[in-house]
Design a protein around this ligand. Structure first.
Ligand SMILES: NC(=O)c1ccc[n+]([C@@H]2O[C@H](COP(=O)([O-])OP(=O)(O)OC[C@H]3O[C@@H](n4cnc5c(N)ncnc54)[C@H](OP(=O)(O)O)[C@@H]3O)[C@@H](O)[C@H]2O)c1
Length: 300
């Protein structure tokens, strides 16, 4: 049997957008896929996919997962690193294993640590995609952060909506910083922060009451009409968003030179400017430094 031509390491591959992306990336058999998943032993095996335990709410689990990935790869480089996991909660009182607010810990800090630990293993010409959200932008979402407050987000980020938006800004700033590192330029690594836009029918709203989730799904045609007035209200499907995520990961789609933010706008892929804060080099550096400190890493 021929060796797979490329290697994928992915989080958030077990449901919603990520599950669609995974099945697209592994269709045809040319991809070796390693996914990090919670409760992996209870999940049905996916053909050709190696599942390793990962709960992003624990920094020590992230470290163990990264070490297990490197062990499994045994020197084989990662062609595609896709950091897609994400969660939304109804309160901001829950804490991670390390004592941080859970949205911040799962969406941002766990991925930040994982990206830092796996970056040296990303192939020459490899690709990194981190899933963000247009909710990071105050022009689009009222609860989005207007300034960087990493320590506050790590402890008491305010409402669940502002916690989510801040964590997604964290994903975007992390991608922007990785893209600007000398080592990623030297190794011609493409780094992308992908906003799938409002996408119904995924597990993201699982913390919210079932009737609300059903109503959102049933109202998809209404959201498509609303999207004509406000693009951020256009509702995508998980298949479409997953397809685009897969194409960004395997290089079928790629941003113009120098762009990192890729966004589904009314269902079409665009490369708009992210929020002013996301473009601020000082904010990128501060988030990187503070996150390193919170995750127990040196700044570089
Ligand atoms: N849906 C939207 O409207 C929308 C809009 C913008 C951005 N996004 C982003 O798109 C990405 C995918 O979301 P989705 O809508 O497809 O939601 P989803 O169906 O809930 O998928 C989320 C994925 O993240 C994983 N995950 C959650 N918490 C985790 C943890 N503590 N440790 C490890 N993995 C964890 C889930 O694993 P389990 O199967 O174990 O739960 C699942 O695979 C997220 O980053 C989300 O923020 C979504």
């Amino acid at each position: 049997m021929p060796e797979p031509a490329r290697t994928l390491v992915m989080t958030g591959a077990t449901s919603g957008i990520g599950a669609h992306a995974l099945s697209r990336l592994t269709a045809g058999g040319g991809t070796r896929a390693i996914i990090g998943a919670r409760a992996f032993s209870t999940r049905p095996a996916l053909d050709g996919v190696e599942a390793l335990p990962l709960d992003l709410s624990s920094l020590s689990q992230v470290r163990t997962f990264a070490a297990a990935v490197l062990d499994h790869l045994d020197g084989e480089p990662i062609s595609m690193l896709v950091l897609n996991a994400g969660a939304q909660f109804r309160t901001t009182s829950a804490r991670s294993a390390d004592g941080y607010e859970l949205t911040f810990a799962v969406n941002h800090l766990g991925h930040y640590l994982l990206a830092r630990l796996l970056l040296p293993a990303v192939a020459q010409g490899g690709r990194i995609v981190i899933t963000t959200s247009d909710t990071h932008d105050p022009k689009i979402f009222r609860s989005a952060p207007a300034r960087l407050e990493v320590r506050r987000w790590a402890q008491a980020p305010g409402s669940p909506a502002s916690a989510y938006a801040a964590s997604k800004l964290g994903n975007l700033l992390t991608a922007e910083t990785i893209a600007a590192l000398p080592e990623t330029a030297e190794r011609e690594i493409t780094t992308i922060a992908f906003n799938p836009g409002l996408t119904g029918g995924t597990g993201l709203s699982r913390a919210f009451p079932a009737p609300l989730r059903q109503a959102m799904r049933a109202l998809r045609p209404v959201f498509i009409l609303l999207g004509r007035l406000r693009p951020e209200l256009h509702m995508n499907t998980p298949d479409h968003a997953g397809d685009i995520l897969a194409q960004l990961a395997d290089g079928t789609l790629t941003p113009p030179a120098g762009r990192v933010y890729a966004s589904l706008v009314r269902g079409r892929l665009a490369f708009p400017d992210p929020s002013a804060l996301a473009q601020d080099p000082a904010a990128r550096n501060e988030l990187w430094r503070e996150s390193a400190d919170l995750a127990g890493l040196p700044p570089r």
